[in-house]
Each structure stands twice: as structure tokens, then as C-alpha cells.
Design a protein around this ligand. Structure first.
Ligand SMILES: Nc1ncnc2c1ncn2[C@@H]1O[C@H](COP(=O)(O)OP(=O)(O)OP(=O)(O)O)[C@@H](O)[C@H]1O
Length: 338
């Protein structure tokens, strides 16, 4: 189903979250306390070890993207942080507090958007958002949120009749309406069309700019690369990489690449022969070519000159190092996970 056209996001003055840096006692939150600190967390379900010693620290005001293949333990980790699941071992501190023992103190300070959303099927969109807003001391303006997330036209629609993307946006609205300091978003843009996804990206960037800490899980590498200050990749319940997008994708020049478009079916063997040894030339999809190896001006010139000899123009030529998707596949392998 097509998503409705959505307005661009701008946090109006005073809409967000001068209150967000206050804890439930009215004190200013200690900015030096990490938003999230977990150490050695293990969680088993029967014979399945979903989380196997995960540790990570998330700074205040950062957006941390938790990545990993299906079944890697992301949702379990998020649910442990939200205080929904008691870990078998390990410590968890959310805004400096224990999410299980101090759940009440944290309730007004965190927001959560569970995977796949969730609501009473018959509740109308606006009704649900107003209900959640009524639990907050200083909620955001509900009308503003409905407009910002493109939900005004469907505000009277029962939850079960909303499209998947509308349900996701409503869940996001519910997660942030209470002006939380820290938000957990489990695959917030899964199933959204490109317009809705961009709108949510804008909103997340605006929240982050306002100092809200955000932990999101995603399978979209572009989403993580675009939004995150900090990326943690997990697999088999363990952290296998941790760093900024820049450090994770940093590579030495020997593993650079050139990508370009030209007519389909060029003889990649001939291009490889025109280059020094150790260059890999592939046609990734018809008309999209990639040369892997050390990239310098001479190699770029050889590639474009070779294309010219074939009577074709190398279009959309891109020179780069590894992107996050390549790093992810290198670390987690290419086999399908169950
Ligand atoms: N309540 C549960 N009972 C039994 N096994 C569970 C339970 N919750 C999670 N698991 C198992 O724990 C493992 C990790 O699941 P989890 O949902 O945390 O992974 P994920 O990284 O979020 O996966 P996806 O990307 O597919 O959402 C999986 O093998 C899953 O089947």
C-alpha cells in the first residue's frame, strides 16, 4: 500500500525536549553518565544462548546502531536493556540505573518502539497516541506529532487497519511522545517505503541533534552509515565489531575499489589485462562494473581510457574504500542465517 505524502520534519521551538535532560526527580541528568552501559550480559532460552557475553557503552546524545544477522541477539539485548528480560548474568545500566530494580524511576525517561510495533487492534491512531501522551508529564503536542509523522489523515483509523508503515510510524510517535532521554527502536524503518524512511531518518537526526540518545537495531546498512555515531555488530550473541562508521569502514588503499556504469557485457577479462596484476574486475549486475585493488590516479585513468577504447563512457564512476555492507559481510559471512 502506498504511504501518504509526508511533510518534512522540523522540531518546532519548544517542541522537544528542554525537559529531556531532567530525570524523574527533576534533577538535571548527569551528562557524564553513559546512556547505556552493559557488561558481560548472557541470556539463554532453554538450550539457545541468545546473548553470550555482550558488552557495550553508549554515550549520551549518541545514536548507536546495533547490527547483526537474523538471530544474532539484537532484540534480546534491547529487551534486556528495556527491563523486559532478566539476563542470566551480567550488568546493565540505563541512564545510570538498573532497568529491572529501578524500572519506575526510568519509565518516564525512556521510550521504546518494539519490533513490529503493537497495540490493541481496535484502538484508533490518535486515540492511542493521546493515551500514551496522557501518561507523560510534559508530552509533545500530539497534533504536531501526527503531522510530523504523516499520520493526520489516518488518525481515526483503527490500528489493525493501518498499513504496516503507518503502524511503524505510530509506534515511533508513541515511543517519543513522552520526551524520553533515551529511545530504543527495534528495526524502526522495516517495511517502510522510501519516503517514510527518509522522514523517519530526518526525525531521528532531529532528536539526536536535540540531545536524545537513541539505540536502534537495523538490517539496513545505509541507515546505520547515515545516522549512527557508533555501530556495534553482533553475531552469535557476541560483539564482533564496535566503532564509528568511519573507523569500521576505514581501509588501507590496497582494498579500495572503483565502481562505474557502462553498457552491459563488456569483456572484464580484457579490462583486467589492461591493469596491473592483482586487480579483480567484475560485472556486478548488467552494466555495473567493479574493480577491486589498490586505487590511485593511474588506475582510474587506465579504467576510463580502456572504456574509451571500447567506445563507451564510464558513467557514475565512484572511487571508494569498503562500505559498511562489505564490512558486515566480511565479518558475518555470506551464508543465510536461519
Ligand atoms: N523467548 C524466546 N524463547 C526462545 N528462543 C528465543 C526467545 N527469544 C529469542 N530467542 C532466540 O534467541 C536468538 C536471538 O534472537 P533475537 O530475536 O534476539 O535475534 P535478532 O538479532 O533480534 O534477530 P532478527 O534480526 O531476526 O530480529 C534466536 O535464536 C531466537 O530464536
Amino acid at each position: 500500500m502506498n504511504e501518504p505524502a509526508t511533510p518534512s520534519v522540523r522540531l518546532a521551538d519548544g517542541d522537544l525536549p528542554a525537559e529531556s535532560a531532567r530525570d524523574s526527580t527533576g534533577d538535571r541528568a548527569d551528562a557524564a553518565t553513559p546512556a547505556l552501559e552493559i557488561t558481560g550480559v548472557v541470556k539463554r532460552f532453554g538450550t539457545v544462548t541468545a546473548v553470550n557475553g555482550i558488552g557495550l557503552t553508549m554515550r549520551r546524545g549518541h545514536l548507536l546502531a546495533l547490527l547483526g544477522p537474523n538471530g544474532a541477539g539484537k532484540t534480546t539485548t534491547v529487551e534486556v536493556c528495556e527491563g523486559h528480560i532478566r539476563p542470566d548474568t551480567g550488568t546493565v545500566r540505563v541512564l545510570g540505573r538498573d532497568p529491572l530494580a529501578e524500572r519506575a524511576a526510568l519509565r518516564s525517561r525512556i521510550g521504546a518502539m518494539p519490533q513490529g510495533g503493537g497495540a490493541f487492534p481496535g484502538v484508533r491512531a490518535e486515540e492511542m497516541l493521546r493515551l500514551v501522551a496522557s501518561c507523560a508529564r510534559h508530552p509533545l503536542d500530539v497534533g504536531w506529532l501526527l503531522d510530523t509523522l504523516g499520520l493526520r489523515e489516518c488518525r481515526r483509523t483503527p490500528f489493525k487497519r493501518l498499513s504496516g508503515g503507518q503502524q511503524q510510524r505510530l509506534s515511533l510517535a508513541c515511543a517519543i511522545v513522552g520526551r524520553p532521554e533515551l529511545v530504543f527502536l527495534d528495526e524502526p524503518t522495516a517495511g517502510m517505503d522510501p519516503q517514510a524512511r527518509l522522514l523517519v531518518w530526518d526525525l531521528l537526526a532531529a532528536l539526536r541533534a536535540d540531545g536524545v540518545s537513541i539505540l536502534l537495531t537495523t538490517h539496513m546498512m545505509e541507515e546505520a552509515e547515515t545516522l549512527a555515531d557508533h555501530i556495534v555488530i553482533v553475531d552469535g550473541g557476541r560483539v564482533i565489531a564496535d566503532g564509528s562508521p568511519r573507523t569500521l569502514t576505514a581501509s588501507d588503499p590496497a582494498v579500495g575499489h572503483i565502481r562505474f556504469r557502462a553498457k552491459a557485457g563488456l569483456d572484464t577479462g580484457l579490462l583486467a589485462a589492461a591493469l596491473p596484476e592483482d586487480y579483480l574486475v567484475r560485472e556486478l549486475t548488467p552494466g555495473t562494473y567493479r574493480v577491486d585493488g589498490h586505487v590511485d590516479p593511474q588506475v582510474v585513468s587506465t579504467v576510463t581510457a580502456w572504456c574509451a577504447q571500447q567506445g563507451v563512457l564510464a558513467e557514475h564512476l565512484h572511487v571508494g574504500g569498503r562500505d559498511l555492507e562489505e564490512v558486515f559481510l566480511e565479518l558475518t559471512g555470506r551464508e543465510l542465517r536461519s
